[in-house]
Ligand binder design. Structure first.
Ligand SMILES: C[S@@+](CC[C@H](N)C(=O)[O-])C[C@H]1O[C@@H](n2cnc3c(N)ncnc32)[C@H](O)[C@@H]1O
Length: 274
């Protein structure tokens, strides 16, 4: 991806916000069964149980918030996309959801015992600011855990290979944070230690995205992502047709008992506030 200007965090954040507004309506039904697979490991990593005051940052349609409430946690879900919040409120009317920016949490110091962020960190341009905010709102002894997609995710590979073969990987797009930042356990631990966290751990979660067929996968890619969709929509129409066909063809390699099982491992990072 080439740069059309120097990395401008606010410009990138506006690009993400617009993208998630567009995706709000279909995200849950298309992709929710994939991201939900990280909910259990995330909640275990922050010791979420009955009565835990838990914040779900970048909550989207409330998938992890709902799982935390089912464990008896007292949950606040926060996201900056109003459409996502509308979905979350409809699905989980008993949970409080609030509009807010993960880089500038509109919350009191030491007001939560646990904070989770499921596939949100890789969309936030200033990760250090987001992590510092989480540290501030956690009470002493509180735990933080977040997930991001591993670069080994087959969905990324299918898209990247198809764009390399049939399109232009260097179409101008808003420059964003490095997508591979969180694949380096050392960098993750340094990010958390820099904010004051202790005992950082990095683990892999073996997520498998089940799709009814190649068209379903292509729908997920175009309607449940922001950067990837922008990369594909910036291609010429003929190139996009070839790319879609190449993704569909390669996806057939993941067929199992009439469905596609796409391996999308996630990286989970967790730590404790002293
Ligand atoms: C991939 S979705 C993850 C949604 C949900 N956590 C899940 O488990 O499926 C990313 C979410 O991050 C939100 N988001 C991205 N940047 C944000 C920011 N700076 N502040 C708050 N929410 C943000 C988006 O609106 C979107 O709902």
């Amino acid at each position: 991806m080439s740069e059309i200007s120097a990395f401008d965090p606010d410009r990138y954040k506006a690009f993400e916000r617009d993208g998630w507004r567009r995706s709000s309506g279909e995200y849950h039904d298309l992709f929710g069964s994939g991201t939900a697979q990280a909910a259990g490991p995330l909640l275990d990593a922050v010791n979420a149980g009955a009565g835990t005051r838990l914040l779900d940052v970048a909550c989207g349609p409330g998938i992890v918030s709902g799982a935390a409430a089912a464990r008896g946690c007292s949950v606040l879900g926060l996201d900056f996309a109003t459409g996502m919040l509308a979905q979350a409120r409809e699905r989980y009317p008993e949970i409080e959801f609030r509009e807010g920016d993960a880089e500038d949490l509109p919350l009191k110091d030491a007001s939560f015992e646990a904070v989770v962020c499921n596939f949100g960190m890789n969309h936030i341009p200033r990760a250090e600011r987001a992590v510092a905010g989480v540290f501030r709102v956690l009470s002493p002894g509180g735990r933080y855990a977040f997930t991001t997609w591993s670069p080994g995710s087959a969905q990324y590979r299918l898209v990247n290979e198809a764009v390399q073969a049939h399109g232009d990987p260097d179409v101008p797009l808003p420059e964003g944070p490095d997508r591979t930042l969180f694949s380096d356990p050392g960098l993750c631990k340094a990010l958390l230690a820099g904010a004051g966290f202790e005992d950082a751990e990095v683990a892999e979660i073996p997520i498998v995205l089940k799709c009814t067929g190649p068209e379903h996968l292509i729908d997920i890619i175009y309607k449940s992502t922001v950067r990837t969709r922008a990369l594909l929509e910036a291609q010429s129409l003929p190139a996009r047709g070839k790319i879609n066909r190449a993704i569909a063809e390669a996806a057939r390699g993941f067929e199992k008992d009439g469905t596609l099982e796409i391996p999308m491992p996630a990286v989970m990072v967790s730590a404790r506030k002293p």
